[in-house]
Write a protein that binds this ligand. Structure first.
Ligand code: SAH
Length: 251
């Protein structure tokens, strides 16, 4: 009998962001293939009897290739096991979900996806800021900061009327800010680097794009970091009009 696969997101690290759905998948799993971003707190939830396979890639050390991960997932499922593929954040965001689903579908292996809290949501919560806001921030552009797409789309990004979110960019904030400035983004636009969002080791650094271009955003940890650029980072309740305040306080 063929087993099954659950591809789940464990959130940004802290146990408080693990969903009940992901916890249930952890408890039911017989084999767990998990990434480097899965924290020890979450690993501590794995059932004792489950086979735990660390498939992490960290800082260029490619211990497991994506092909190897997919092969292992398939082999265990075909051996009849309940396999859990556990990823940091959400499995649909920069997490090879498309390749993994395609491989499983091809072999008709039953698969279910369980969402998780993606890093940017933990990051804006750490900043106590929204990701979208009325006015000029009705859009979110999520991209990765290291593939060359920033160079390709810098002009559109510089003029984007919303929030720019760069995953995998913690060590490239300065270069990205310089590119955005060079393509006409106003230097006073706020930006932030959030490292280890959603964990006790969170580090926040906020500044303007002009200052970031001069090197003001310094990495403080070795953990994962996310770079955000947008007006939402400085919007406060004081931007409500007098009438809006009056209405809000009547409720
Ligand atoms: N699937 C994950 C993203 C994996 S790509 C998600 O949905 O969050 C890895 C990148 O995610 C890192 O380079 C970093 O940009 C971001 N990231 C993951 N966890 C993070 C955290 N706790 N704090 C800040 N950024 C994080």
């Amino acid at each position: 009998m063929t087993g099954s696969v659950v591809i789940a997101g464990a959130g940004p690290g802290g146990l408080q962001h693990l969903t009940l759905g992901a916890l249930e998948a952890i408890r039911e799993a017989e084999v767990i293939l998990y990434d480097a971003l899965i924290s020890d707190e979450i690993v501590a939830q794995f059932p004792e009897q489950a086979e735990k396979i660390f498939v992490g890639k960290r800082c260029g050390q490619h211990a497991w290739t994506q092909t190897m991960i997919i092969s292992a997932m398939i082999a265990h499922a075909l051996a009849g096991k309940k396999v859990l593929r556990l990823k940091g954040g959400d499995p649909a965001v920069f997490a090879h979900l498309a390749e993994e689903l395609a491989a499983l579908h091809k072999l008709a292996i039953p698969v279910r996806v369980v969402p998780g809290v993606t890093a940017v949501l933990a990051a804006v919560a750490e900043l106590s800021r929204p990701l979208t806001a009325r006015g000029g921030s009705r859009h979110v552009w999520i991209t990765d900061g290291h593939s060359g797409d920033v160079e390709k789309y810098a002009q559109q990004m510089a003029a984007f009327p919303g929030t720019l979110v760069f995953y995998m960019a913690a060590s490239r904030c300065q270069q990205i800010a310089q590119l955005l400035l060079a393509h006409g983004m106003p230097g006073e636009k706020p930006c932030a680097l959030v490292e280890n969002a959603g964990t006790p080791d969170c580090a926040l650094c906020t500044t303007t794009v002009a200052a970031a271009a001069d090197g003001a955003l310094v990495r403080r940890t070795n953990g994962p970091g996310i770079f955000l650029v947008g007006e939402v980072l400085q919007q406060t309740i004081s931007q409500m009009t007098e009438e809006e305040y009056a209405l809000a306080s009547q409720r």
